[in-house]
Design a protein around this ligand. Structure first.
Ligand SMILES: Nc1ncnc2c1ncn2[C@@H]1O[C@H](COP(=O)(O)OP(=O)(O)OP(=O)(O)O)[C@@H](O)[C@H]1O
Length: 263
């Protein structure tokens, strides 16, 4: 069992090769988290990155995904397309320590999943193996067979997690909760457990306390420009949500009526 787990540790760590960076004063090297970054070690199962808006989670995740062979806009490793060139040059300065080669893999960017769905529809118009000059099975078959554009946002994410993710995979997910109801977020934890048992490794950026709750996961929080290993109960996202739900009326009163009280 220990050997199996060691073998499925697809991505062990990443570090920045600072010697190659020409200009540290421009994006993304000027972001506090990147400036301070030396090495990130990953769990063989589930690693999370959390932090406030604009702290650099997507920048980091995208660079890690590109460094291990994914398209910057997301998709499987075989997808190579670009609708807009916005990705940073950080990936070329990352050094990834890898273990076994995953049999499956996916980079989900909630914000550009629409483009992935469009690309799948486009490739499926006339799927052809150009080497053999033979028809190929449509790509959408591996997502359950129904165009992702003809499903709701949440349904299309769910098709991805349940149909396309096959296990023994490296899955890098940026805000997977973006389309999921709280009930589906709970179901997502169960799906993750199945995939972890099937030898998968996850790296996830999230703002959702439910998504963040996978037992035994490694959590890094971006705080004051640093990436710190943090317990679930000490993360801001968990604490803010918990205290709001526990004291909703007092919290709303404090938030919305502060100015009136001062008058
Ligand atoms: N292409 C770009 N060029 C310049 N600055 C950028 C670029 N992309 C992002 N930034 C800046 O880098 C910072 C980090 O952005 P990033 O999207 O990584 O944050 P994030 O932590 O993922 O935020 P959120 O939680 O809102 O998704 C932001 O201040 C953003 O304005």
């Amino acid at each position: 069992m220990r050997l199996e787990r060691a073998l499925s540790h697809y991505l062990r760590s990443i570090s920045v090769r600072w010697d190659d960076v020409e200009d540290r004063g421009i994006y993304p090297f000027d972001l506090p988290v990147i400036r301070e970054l030396k090495e990130i070690n990953f769990s063989p199962t589930v690693t999370y990155i959390v932090g406030d808006n604009g702290t650099g989670k997507s920048t980091l995740l995208e660079a890690i995904a590109v460094a291990v062979g994914f398209n910057p806009e997301g998709g499987s490793r075989n997808m190579n397309f670009s609708t807009i060139e916005t990705h940073s040059s950080l990936a070329t300065h990352l050094h990834a320590i890898r273990g076994a080669t995953p049999r499956d893999g996916y980079f989900l960017r909630a914000e550009s999943f629409y483009n992935v769905a469009s690309k799948i529809d486009e490739l499926d118009v006339d799927p052809l193996d150009v080497r053999l000059n033979e028809p190929l099975p449509p790509l959408i078959d591996s997502y359950g067979g129904r165009s992702l554009h003809k499903q709701s946002h949440g349904e299309s994410f769910w098709a991805l997690f349940t149909e396309r993710f096959r296990g023994n995979g490296l899955y890098i997910l940026d805000e997977p909760e973006a389309a999921l109801s709280p009930t589906r977020q709970l179901a997502f934890l169960l799906r993750m457990q199945d995939l972890v048992k099937a030898g998968s490794q996850f790296l996830i950026a999230t703002h959702a306390p439910i998504v963040l709750s996978y037992p035994g996961a490694l959590i890094y929080e971006l705080r004051d420009g640093e990436l710190l290993e943090t317990a679930l109960e000490d993360t801001e996202t968990f604490n803010v949500t918990r205290s709001f739900l526990a004291n909703r009326e007092a919290a709303l009163d404090e938030l919305l009526n502060k100015d009136e009280d001062a008058e």
